[in-house]
Write a protein that binds this ligand. Sequence first.
Ligand SMILES: Nc1nc2c(ncn2[C@@H]2O[C@H](COP(=O)(O)OP(=O)(O)OP(=O)(O)O)[C@@H](O)[C@H]2O)c(=O)[nH]1
Ligand SMILES: [Mg+2]
Length: 357
Amino acid sequence: MFNFGKKKPAPPPAPAKKEAAAGPQGFSPEDLARAFDAHQEEKAAREAARAEARAAYAQPVAKSALARGFANLFTRNAKLDENLLDEIETALITADVGVAATTRIVDDLRERMNAREFPDVPALVRALRGELMALLAPVAKPLRIDPEAKPFVLLTVGVNGVGKTTTIGKLAHRFQNEGRGLMLAAGDTFRAAAVEQLKVWGERNGVPVVAQGQNADPASVAYDALQSAKSRGTEILICDTAGRLHTQAGLMSELGKIKRVLGKIDPRAPHETLMVIDGTTGQNALNQLRQFNQAAKVTGLVVTKLDGTAKGGVLFALAREFAIPIRFVGLGERLEDLREFDPEAFVDVLLPETLAS
Ligand SMILES: Nc1nc2c(ncn2[C@@H]2O[C@H](COP(=O)(O)OP(=O)(O)OP(=O)(O)O)[C@@H](O)[C@H]2O)c(=O)[nH]1
Ligand SMILES: [Mg+2]
């Protein structure tokens, strides 16, 4: 033991006693009890978070075509046969899951059914839930703000009216709640109203907005904003861009220019290129993402308007085809309706485990 001075009291005898009581790995019963309590607390916190997420997803997702299709299928007395597989296939295809993802799911279920793996329909439902989860698992990667990046630059892109600017407002609200310093760049210089929309929002919420007015070069706005955010030591910069059709080659290459210009100040910027996709779009979302990814290397997705007439299946099609992380989903118009994407909560609402039992 370290004994620095004679005046210090002698070390208490307790540790020796504790060691004597320790188990073979050196853990005392008290250590084990504490570890058990911590584990229980963690588990309870995880379960509470899951229940909270499920509640947020419940109302919007339950009315999607996919959830209703599954409910129709499994609440009547379905039989475990080829006909049931056909009906599952139809439910998936008509809800925008897409041919590739649907084929994978149904072929897998057929193989397992033929191998007599399912004693009853609830067993098949459990397997189907597993298939749905497996498709989404690779894209369940929440956005992490790299603390080394000062600022962490988020560039939002997407076609017209999908919800880019409102998503920026919701993200800003989320980051502010986390106590992070923010700045916005009004990179949609196409419409005068767009610059105003962001400026008004910024003023109301005490977030600085860098703008240059209508028809300014969006790359120049982004450059100015990044310089300003850097000199102020701002933590996060979010750049808005004008909506553009994925088929407009000139406008698509403008996105590449914005990225290159940002990269001149910080070679890693933008740290996240977030494409916003309207969840009601259907299979055309795949074409959109293909083109935007080619022009601007998309690193994350936000799927909005899942509370509207979205069929719910497009997330599976996107996940299967691109494996690009789905960071957030839009479940309504309120600020708190932008939720981190939670595949478990999503699948729990689409196809509850208890549906067929
Ligand atoms: N119901 C619902 N509406 C949403 C959601 N996200 C966005 N919206 C609405 O979609 C509309 C368009 O939103 P904007 O944010 O202006 O879309 P944008 O992509 O910036 O549009 P442009 O700049 O014109 O390309 C607004 O009326 C939003 O309130 C959502 O998750 N749910
Ligand atoms: Mg906008």
